[in-house]
Design a protein around this ligand. Structure first.
Ligand code: NAP
Length: 527
């Protein structure tokens, strides 16, 4: 049942006086669920409870935390069709996408459960003492990763499940041993409440401390601001706009104790089309990209918003086919009227830039809140001289830049803002003649793709989802895959600490059987 209340730990609570409804963009009307925004007092209660829960939750074994994460996955599944229906009603996304995203969310929770169960993730490192060392004896030092403390997670508008309430950030923080306070996204607050109820049930069934998880509603930026400023919050996870992420980063930096904000923000995901590939298969590439640009109404952080090539017959052919193909795609519903309006506004701004030519723009009547695709083109110098053209237009939009030559292509790539991904489309070994282009791209992105599309982010240990600013606030970390746990921990050393008081991961007997670095060698041996 959806109550519209906040979860302050295990307790449903609605002390605030601001009530709002989520919106069904397909039906273009408000949903029936009335949601109560958390009050300042409730924000404080949730953080205080999380800080208290941290004392015990940070010490719980990997096996117990894994049991908790698996129970969350089970409870989400048990929400059944209700969750899928509410998801669709609050996002305008189709049932198939709801199913896929639920599967991904469950998969992420299970992946973290497997990752932490054996304890190796703490990266135990031991340097034993040497009392005979000259001129000074060497101390005994033992290091491992320990959790940071209460984490605030901002739900993402474009992934109501996989990057929201029990999404990647929450799963990673809970796996690390950090209590989580979710700032639910106002566009899908009821979906958020259902998932929160699953997390709370799992926490109770597996004996987790009260306050290990809270879910707070908001319809404006105040709740998020209060959370980021709260002295007992130790880090923040965010997915959304550059404006929102940057505001939170600045707010966190201004605190008396600054804290890290891991924000994953905008990206245009440049795609470089090499000449031979264009000569040989421009048509096939264009068809593939018409699909990628319009996938999910273009509402993916990895949407290919910028396509780069050197002027040639092949590039002209690609452009013509892309224009023909993209217009055949039926537009689809965007997440919310505000997102649809922002898309129309940003598209209009891009289309009005001097020197920009519209290749194709879907102009037929569509249902309200549907995103009408457009592809455009400019020459390399116009692009270089107009920063507006470098900005993301969140939706089914892409810009093809026609460069004069290879050296202009390299300059353009090197002047791009930081990106999540970069893609090279190449024929056979053609790419080996363009190492300078590959190197330039590598400097601007977090992940490089060969002969594919950037949309589609595999959840696995080797995924890097995060790139140089503004793609993310810290390119050393990923937001997807089990390595994202590293955002919520800090390395901690014990010096000459009594063996019986050390955590199991660092004890001489190695009771967990971990693969540890002992005096610079990896071993599972006892000391
Ligand atoms: P957003 O505006 O960045 O908001 C995301 C979350 O951050 C919301 O919960 C919002 O709170 C909060 N927030 C924003 N500014 C804040 C501030 N100054 N202080 C405290 N909290 C703040 O993103 P959105 O609502 O999801 O969508 C808006 C636009 O963001 C989209 O049109 C798109 O351009 C971009 N976006 C990009 C990606 C991507 O992956 N690249 C993903 C999603 C969205 P309230 O909503 O409660 O105000």
């Amino acid at each position: 049942m959806i109550t519209g209340k906040n979860y302050i730990g295990n307790q449903l609570s609605a002390e605030g006086n601001k009530v709002f409804n989520t919106f069904n963009p397909m039906l273009n009307k408000e949903n029936k669920w009335a949601i109560t925004e958390a009050s300042a007092d409730e924000v404080n209660q949730a953080v205080e409870l999380a800080a208290e829960a941290f004392k015990s939750y940070s010490k719980i074994s990997g096996a117990k935390k894994a049991e908790f994460l698996r129970a969350i996955a089970k409870e989400i599944e048990a929400l059944g069709d209700t969750l899928l229906e509410v998801y669709c009603a609050e996002s305008g996304l189709p049932q198939g996408r709801a199913l896929g995203e639920r599967g991904r969310t469950i998969g992420q929770l299970l992946a973290f459960a497997n990752h932490i169960e054996d304890g190796n993730w703490v990266e135990a490192s031991i340097d034993t003492a040497d009392s005979n060392r000259q001129p000074l004896p060497k101390v005994d030092l033992r290091k491992m990763n320990v959790p940071l403390g209460p984490i605030v997670v901002f739900g993402a508008s474009n992934f109501p499940l996989a990057f929201s309430t029990a999404g990647g950030d929450t799963a990673a923080a809970l796996a690390a041993g950090c209590p989580v306070i979710v700032k639910s996204h106002p566009m899908h607050a009821s979906t958020g409440e259902l998932v929160a109820s699953a997390v709370i049930k799992a926490a109770q069934n597996t004996g987790m401390p009260h306050g290990v998880f809270s879910n707070l509603n908001s319809s404006g930026i105040e709740v998020g601001q209060l959370l980021v400023q709260h002295p007992k919050v130790k880090a923040v996870g965010f997915t959304g706009s550059i404006k929102g992420g940057r505001a939170l980063l600045d707010l966190a930096a201004k605190r008396e104790e600054p804290i890290p904000v891991f924000a994953e923000m905008g990206s245009v995901n440049p795609v470089v089309l090499l000449p031979k590939s264009l000569n040989n298969r421009a048509e096939a590439i264009a068809k593939t990209y018409a699909g990628s640009i319009t996938l999910g109404a273009g509402q993916f952080c990895t949407n290919p918003g910028l396509i780069l090539g050197v002027k040639s017959q092949g590039l002209t052919h690609f452009i013509n086919v892309l224009a023909q193909e993209i217009i055949k795609v039926e537009p689809s519903c965007m997440l919310h009227p505000n997102i649809a309006a922002a898309y129309e506004r940003n598209k209009k701004k891009a289309l009005s830039q001097k020197g920009l030519e519209v290749l194709a723009s879907y102009e037929n009547e569509v249902n309200i809140n549907y995103g009408r695709q457009a592809v455009t083109t400019v020459d390399g110098s116009t692009f270089l001289n107009n920063p507006t053209l470098h900005h993301e237009v969140f939706g089914p939009f892409s810009l093809v830049v026609q460069c004069e030559n290879e050296s202009q292509l390299e300059i353009i790539i090197s002047k791009l803002e930081g990106q999540l991904t970069g893609t090279i489309i190449s024929d056979n070994n053609e790419v080996s003649d363009y190492i300078n282009i590959v190197n330039a791209l590598q400097n601007r992105v977090g992940r490089i793709i060969f002969n594919g599309v950037p949309t589609g982010v595999e959840v696995c240990a080797s995924m890097q989802h995060g790139g140089p600013y503004p793609a993310s606030t810290d390119s050393r970390f990923t937001a997807v895959g089990v390595d994202s746990i590293k955002r919520w921990v800090r390395p901690f050393s014990y010096q000459d600490w009594p063996n019986n008081l050390l955590p199991d991961a660092l004890k001489n007997e190695n009771p967990l059987g971990l693969l540890r670095k002992v005096n610079n060698f990896k071993t599972t041996a006892k000391i």
